[in-house]
Design a protein around this ligand. Sequence first.
Ligand SMILES: C[S@@+](CC[C@H](N)C(=O)[O-])C[C@H]1O[C@@H](n2cnc3c(N)ncnc32)[C@H](O)[C@@H]1O
Length: 226
Amino acid sequence: MLRARIFLMAFLLAVQSQSQTSLGAATAKLAPSAQQRKTSEPYSGDLSIFESPGRDERLQINRVMDILSIHSGKSVADIGAGSGWFTVRAAKRVGAGGAVYAVDINPEAVRYISDRAGKEKLANVKEILSKPDDPLLPRDSVDAVLLLKTYHEVAHPVELLRNLRASLRAGAKVGIIDRNGNGEDHGIGSDVVIREAKEAGYRLMEKYDFVKGDKMDYFLVFTAGE
Ligand SMILES: C[S@@+](CC[C@H](N)C(=O)[O-])C[C@H]1O[C@@H](n2cnc3c(N)ncnc32)[C@H](O)[C@@H]1O
């Protein structure tokens, strides 16, 4: 009887240790990016909210464009373009010799920007209806990229940044403006963005906090490569 009990206990201990090892191995196999972190629901409401008066001054958007080297003749991507608020500003700056790709996963936003570019006679704007993990930009097509208040909504950020790389020209700058938060509260920590960008093969070049002045928003500038 005693021998049977000892045998049973030894058997149970062996099973428990085996299941703990398998669980540990499974958790270790999940790299940080494979574990889906929280993201915010992509915005699909009234697009006119992005046109609030004084936004140019609050964001210091001309300074942002200077830092991203957005000048006449350059080619720019506005990923998560929304109403096209940034698209039209970049399009005016790059002029007829340049181009701005307005990229969004929301067909409403893409239609809205197409109409807007027509009304504002901006022939250098090209709209792209993209995928959540891929901006679908042509290869070797852009000198500068901005994700303005969009990164916290990107469901597959590392994949999106990896897929973006083929469209970057030599020395292209990728800017990310967002707000500190936990991912699902319309913000995401700058440390998370830096870690994910590194995982996707980008190097942080510069970090600013002048966008908005409440120290909650940040502006990160990356370049592809280690
Ligand atoms: C909060 S709005 C910001 C709009 C604009 N950038 C601005 O600040 O005026 C975020 C936009 O990103 C788009 N979006 C979300 N996830 C995206 C993704 N993975 N790729 C491209 N666009 C995305 C949404 O459809 C939405 O239009």
